[in-house]
Design a binder for this molecule. Structure first.
Ligand code: NAP
Ligand code: MG
Length: 405
């Protein structure tokens, strides 16, 4: 069979530990035999970040801006222990944080669903994607521990000389105080990323805040979303037969639990932090959760939601044959390849990516899976728990059948 040709390179961001091993195996077994893979390679592994003083992370983000689509391996975010382990001169920042700051995007997280592993919530038949606004609010708040009686005020000194001043509370005893902010520009980017992603994936978009209580702060989020929807996206949504709808967060929570899934739930920063853990746990496994960063101007960075699986890596270094689940990392590749195919008008590439996804799902549904999933399996026949290498080989056999048929 002739290999599929690419025209524009994918931005390839390699990473660390167990996922770095998975990365190479996925390419060797499932991609390189079928695709004349064209990538611009950036090594975001910690040794190379150290060597380049983290310039490589910035370069990879800039390349994503240039080419439009990136695929990223999980990377170590250094802490004190890593400083020693890797002999670092500095505690380099989280690559994901750096990339997000440059691309100014929103993170969408969606589970990969398979028959035989059911969500805790019985009604969920399709994935629920959480879109989390990753800027501001409580994550950038200024806090104060009020020591005793006194007046707390909200003061804004306008650049134009117009000031605002209002009493927050007249404390009669000790207490706590917090100042939060967000920016119209960031909320606008968030809204555009959400509408764009809903169009790309042809799913309804839900958005929820607490605007009945927060009449200025949360209400501004609601208004910005509605204004942008009406002005820029309403026609496209109607043409595609998808829906945008806003509801109060309490109502959204109740509806999500009763729903069948199959939509995107956009959340403010804190809500998204909490709800994405709830939703991913209820769907079953972190190893089956994909993640994509979408910038407001339509740049995409695909990755797995999990980390570098350090515990498995240390055991691998001691000679253990790993049974680490490659699904989320594989879906990062297929997501990126399909998007590249779509943008460049190469249907064969997008088609291959979808067939590879189906082959990997079919492998699990046939009862062959890594150890983490075997424990969740509810299929009729018992699960066959295999190593990562065996699992990738089984996917390849299914893929070859699909390509031949
Ligand atoms: P982790 O790598 O996600 O792993 C936590 C545990 O979850 C693993 O020990 C394993 O459980 C299970 N797990 C996760 N992915 C799995 C997979 N693909 N297959 C099977 N089991 C899987 O989180 P962590 O151990 O907290 O973090 C490790 C490193 O990753 C840290 O240095 C952190 O900075 C980094 N990190 C990077 C990203 C990113 O780049 N996006 C995200 C999060 C964390 P068992 O050991 O019980 O099998
Ligand atoms: Mg969290």
């Amino acid at each position: 069979m002739e290999k599929i040709q690419m025209t524009t390179p994918l931005v390839e961001m390699d990473g660390d530990e167990m996922t770095r091993i998975l990365w190479k195996d996925i390419k060797d077994v499932l991609l390189l035999p079928y695709i004349e893979l064209k990538t611009e390679y950036y090594d975001l592994g910690l040794p190379e970040r150290e060597r380049t003083a983290d310039q490589v992370t910035v370069d990879s983000a800039e390349a994503t801006k240039k080419y439009g689509v990136a695929v990223k391996c999980a990377t170590i975010t250094p802490n004190a222990q890593r400083l020693d382990e890797y002999n670092l001169t500095e505690m380099w920042k989280s690559p994901n944080g750096t990339i997000r700051a440059i691309l100014d995007g929103t993170v969408f997280r969606a589970p990969i669903m398979v028959k035989g592993i059911s969500p805790v919530v019985k009604t969920w038949k399709q994935p629920i994607t959480i879109a989390r606004h990753a800027y501001g609010d409580v994550y950038r708040a200024t806090e104060y521990r009020v020591p005793g009686p006194g007046v707390a005020e909200l003061v804004f000194s306008g650049a134009d000389g117009k000031d605002f001043r209002q009493t927050i509370y007249n404390f009669e005893c000790a207490g706590v105080l917090q100042g939060q902010y967000n920016k119209d520009s960031s909320i606008t980017s968030f809204a555009r990323s959400c509408f764009q992603y809903a169009i790309d994936t042809r799913q309804d978009l839900w958005f929820s805040t607490k605007d009945t209580i927060s009449k200025k702060y949360d209400h501004t989020f609601k208004d910005i979303f509605q204004d942008i929807y009406d002005a820029e996206y309403k026609d496209q949504f109607e043409r595609l037969g998808i829906e945008y709808f806003y509801t109060l967060i309490d109502d959204a929570v109740a509806r999500v639990i009763r729903s069948q899934g199959g939509f995107i739930w956009a959340c403010k920063n804190y809500d998204g932090d909490v709800m994405s853990d709830m939703v991913s746990t209820a769907f079953g496994s972190l190893a089956m959760m994909t993640s994509v960063l979408v910038s407001p101007d339509g740049k995409y960075e695909y990755e797995a939601a999990h980390g570098t699986v350090t515990r498995h890596y240390y055991r691998y270094l001691e000679g253990e044959n790993p049974s680490t689940n490659p699904m989320a990392t594989l879906f990062a590749w297929t997501g990126a390849l399909a998007k590249r195919g779509e943008l460049d008008g190469i249907p064969a590439l997008a088609d291959f990516a979808r067939k590879l996804e189906r082959a990997s799902i079919a492998t699990i549904e046939s009862g062959v899976m890594t150890k983490d999933l075997a424990g969740l399996w509810e299929g009729a026949a018992p699960a066959k728990s295999v190593t990562t290498a065996e699992f990738l080989q089984a996917i390849r056999e299914n893929l070859d059948k699909a390509l031949a048929g």
